[in-house]
Design a protein around this ligand. Structure first.
Ligand code: HEM
Length: 404
């Protein structure tokens, strides 16, 4: 039997039973982070905090929301917004966080691409990150159904129609997903279940996995330098913190994160109080009506680029292009054939590839919002073809890259 001495503090008591000190040492105090990083490395923790905002505000909204097609719209737009004390605040926090979380995810992803942080043992960080992207997309889509406004209904109709898989005409599958011929009560309650239970559970599990994947390869740094973490940690622990190339996660790295987070929180609450409308589509303030199709149906801004890859082509080709856009990012660590985990500006043609990809996705997003006619549909087509071409070219342009 274990030998217990009298505990001198709560921490001591917990340590004797749960080894909390060892846990803190392994996960925080002696978890080493390279010194050579910039503010972009704070995005991960800011994402975790924004996810926390989504969970807390979501729990408050859940107390008053009614998952019933006859009641849902009023429970959001009347009960929560006007009757419940501070209901408007929780709705604005939830809506703004849902939009901002995608802005952060895109910044975090493109930081990873720029610095090659998906290489040299970091493949699982990237793959678990992409799983988070997919699950956050499902979470955002299912949440968008819940206010049961015109855009909820018609976006739900358009997206579930994709499961008929073009000319295969799998209408039985579409009806099975909806639980009806058109979106209705069964549709709303199952998307409600996905949004408040299943997807958040899966997301929490994958966030734990994502954090776990960081522990062994450690995060990358601005120069992509390979660091001997054991040797550098030893230097640090011996007191040579000036020359050591690493810092502790707790509190060295976290204090840098808090600084960036302070700027982020100012920006976030400015949006919540003064510009929440950017996260809410005016069309969705009309209740769902299955007999009145809106003249122009489009998704939220963060899905526009992939929506625009679907639109300019015929039904079947569009679906294939859309499927391609969904999976191709996951394969990045295997399509980039260069061994260099260097920043893009030290990788020649890859630097050009990176900026064309980023600008192309912005063009696709803008074109996804405007009606697909005239010059807009031509620009959309060129941008969609550019996107596909860039990914096909990637293995070839990186294969011949010289080792930096
Ligand atoms: C809510 C979602 C996410 C959370 C909470 C999260 C959290 C984190 C944290 C805390 C870090 C370490 C610090 C940093 O580099 O910022 C990190 C690193 C990383 N994440 Fe995420 N992440 C999320 C989504 C994603 C997504 C969508 C991707 C894209 C595939 C991704 C890819 C990466 C990569 C490649 C790194 C390593 C960066 C490096 O080594 O320099 N993450 N993440």
């Amino acid at each position: 039997m274990a030998h217990f001495t009298k505990a001198t503090s709560i921490e001591d008591w917990l340590n004797q039973r749960l080894a909390v000190r060892t846990l803190r040492r392994v996960l925080a105090e002696e978890y080493w982070i390279p010194k050579d990083i910039n503010f972009l490395w704070a995005m991960g923790m800011i994402l975790a905090v924004t996810f926390g905002f989504l969970l807390i505000s979501g729990i408050f909204l859940l107390m008053y929301y009614k998952p019933d097609t006859a009641l849902a719209f009023d429970s959001v737009n009347y009960t929560i917004m006007q009757e419940v004390g501070y209901g408007w605040l929780f709705r604005h926090i939830h809506g703004v966080a849902a939009s901002v979380v995608f802005l952060l995810i895109y910044i975090h992803m493109f930081t990873g691409i720029y610095y090659g942080s998906y290489k040299q043992g970091r493949e699982m960080i990237w793959i678990s990150g992409m799983l988070l992207f997919v699950t956050f997309s499902a979470e955002a889509f299912s949440g968008y159904m819940l206010p049961w406004g015109q855009m909820s209904y018609w976006a739900g109709m358009v997206i579930t129609n994709l499961f008929s898989l073009g000319s295969l005409d799998l209408n039985g599958l579409v009806e099975w997903i909806r639980g009806d011929y058109v979106p209705g009560d069964a549709f709303l309650t199952r998307f409600f279940m996905l949004h408040v239970l299943l997807m958040p559970l899966i997301i929490i599990g994958i966030i734990v996995l994502h954090f776990g994947t960081l522990r062994i390869p450690h995060v990358n740094n601005q120069e992509g330098a390979e660091i001997d973490f054991d040797a550098e940690a030893e230097k640090y622990l011996k007191g040579d913190t000036k020359n050591a190339k690493v810092i502790r996660f707790q509190w060295d790295f976290l204090s840098k994160d808090f600084m960036v987070m302070a700027f982020f929180l100012t920006f976030f609450f400015y949006l919540v109080f003064y510009h929440f409308e950017f996260a809410m589509d005016p069309v969705n303030f009309d209740p769902a009506d299955g007999l009145k199709t809106p003249p122009h149906i489009y998704p939220e801004w963060y899905f526009l680029w992939s929506y625009e890859i679907l639109r300019p082509f015929s039904k079947n080709i569009g679906l294939l292009a859309f499927g391609f856009a969904q999976v191709i990012f996951v394969l990045l660590p295997f399509l980039d054939r260069s061994p260099n985990a260097k920043p893009a500006h030290k990788r020649g043609i890859f630097f050009v590839w990176f900026w064309i990809l980023l600008i192309d996705m912005i063009v696709l997003s803008v074109m996804g919002k405007v009606p697909p006619s005239g010059i807009f549909s031509q620009i959309g087509l060129v941008a969609a073809l550019t996107f596909i071409g860039l990914w096909i070219a990637l293995p070839f342009i990186t294969m011949f890259e010289k080792k930096a």
